[in-house]
Design a protein around this ligand. Structure first.
Ligand code: ATP
Ligand code: MG
Length: 427
């Protein structure tokens, strides 16, 4: 019988990689903290209706990517494909949107039944950042500046670029949609298959079709700019001015529409040239209508979602992880001889209290002095602390530098707790 394997498109993060994820999460958390965003934790499973109503019935996600199942009570549930819907649901349910602004974030696994490939998984991870109750372009700018700061902190700011667009108000979008469909009908036979299907269900998505032929046909399509409402235009101009003043460069991409129904006005994406066709590492925009749609409350909102898997891949590709991540142990404790292990365990516990910053591995399972020293070397620790029968009797301990020259010193056990790192520096 063959051993059971993980599900296609879902992967394990092994310890060496987990250190990299933690590094990313630490940097992320620190940036979010600087801007006063607070963490939310939502369930991974929600009623299916939530996603149908918010993301839109005719989007890729709802049409073909959701993990939906009936629970034992015959209720239709879905593993969340994204976090905004659940975040809005939770904020409404707990009255967080009642006459107040909120700056929230969350992170965790999302699930989409897609074709797995590099940077595209079925269980993948996002950080979502959402701001509620603010309609002006200042908050749109804040979110973009926050993401730009994150790239700077991670050392990849020169490897990503920002694309920006506005998709206006619902009315201006509706008028544009009619004009777009009228034009596309005249060239329908030449459109790619997906776009033909979308013509009457989700025509705006045709704008970001991957087919070069469709893209060429779009050159003669009506321009959204001719339909953009005055207020959205001003909003967009203000946003651009703020970004320019802050030194954030961007490209205007009039074909950027994003896949979900709930966006309005600002949409943006951060892309990179280093990840092939999985180029987008972060996408977001304004979704002023969504809260109303889910909760009958008029609350403007803007947010973005960042694909953690892809950012980690990018950091790996560009070799941007700090080297120190690889070192996980400072001290390896070696105890060989009658009664030494028991005493070593007491000493190491005491030191974990007195010097909590030290990362110490105590050798477990016995074995000769020589075999334990080999393990100490392999562990990557800087120091070995050695307790043999002789040291045990004398109330002493040997400290050996495993890296630089193999220096060795004997110190009193009583001094261990009070010694501050680098306590291995010979007296
Ligand atoms: P794509 O065009 O790559 O399918 P999307 O528009 O479906 O992306 P969003 O719903 O905007 O993606 O999600 C935000 C971010 O989450 C994306 O920019 C990407 O970085 C990441 N992401 C989305 N789907 C996946 C996936 N299947 N695997 C890994 N990361 C993903
Ligand atoms: Mg997608």
């Amino acid at each position: 019988m063959s051993a059971i394997q993980s599900i296609r498109g879902m992967y394990d993060v092994l310890p060496a990689d987990a250190a990299r994820w933690q590094y990313f999460e630490d940097v992320m958390r620190q940036v979010l903290r600087q801007y006063g965003y607070r963490e939310m934790r939502m369930p991974i499973v929600e009623v299916s209706q939530l996603f149908k109503r918010s993301i839109g019935e005719v989007t890729d996600i709802v049409e073909k990517e959701m993990y939906t199942f009936l629970d034992r009570n015959e209720e239709s549930l879905t593993l969340r494909p994204e976090g905004t819907a659940g975040c809005v649901r939770a904020a409404l349910q707990h009255g967080l949107l009642h006459n107040q602004v909120q700056r929230l974030w969350y992170q965790g696994p999302m699930f989409r039944y897609e074709k797995p490939q590099k940077g595209r998984n079925r269980q993948f991870y996002q950080v979502g950042v959402e701001a509620f109750g603010m309609a002006d372009s200042d908050i749109d700018a804040e979110l973009i500046l926050l993401s730009a700061r994150l790239w700077r902190e991670l050392g990849i700011v020169d490897d990503v670029s920002l694309e920006l667009n506005t998709i206006g108000s619902a009315d201006s979008r509706a008028a544009f949609k009619d004009a777009l469909v009228a034009y596309l009908e005249t060239v329908k036979a030449d459109l790619d298959e997906d776009s033909q299907k979308r013509l009457y269900t989700n025509p705006l998505r045709i704008l970001d079709s991957k087919s070069p032929k469709t893209q060429a046909l779009l050159n003669d399509a009506p321009a959204f700019d001719d339909y953009l409402d005055a207020e959205s235009r001003t909003h967009f101009e203000q946003l651009q001015a703020r970004l320019t003043a802050a030194g954030v460069t961007f490209t205007l991409n009039p074909r950027l529409v994003r896949g979900l129904d709930y966006y309005s006005r600002t949409v943006f994406e951060w892309t990179t040239e280093h990840l092939g066709s999985q180029a987008t590492i972060c996408g977001g925009g304004r979704y002023d209508g969504l809260v109303k749609q889910l909760g009958n409350k008029d609350v403007p909102a803007v947010g973005f979602a960042l694909g953690i898997d892809r950012v980690i891949l990018l950091l790996e590709t560009l070799n941007k992880f700090p080297e120190t991540l690889e070192q996980t142990v400072d001290v390896y404790w070696v105890a060989a001889g009658e009664g030494t292990s028991e005493r070593a365990q007491q000493l190491v516990e005491s030191m974990r209290t007195s010097q909590p910053q030290l990362r110490m591995l105590m050798h477990c399972g016995g074995g000769s002095f020589k075999s334990q020293m080999k393990k100490a070397d392999k562990s990557g620790a800087r120091l070995a602390v050695i307790l043999g029968e002789q040291e045990l009797a004398a109330g002493q301990i040997v400290v050996k530098d495993l890296r630089v020259g193999g220096d060795q010193s004997v110190i009193s056990q009583a001094d261990l707790d009070t010694m501050l790192p680098p306590f291995f520096v010979s007296p």
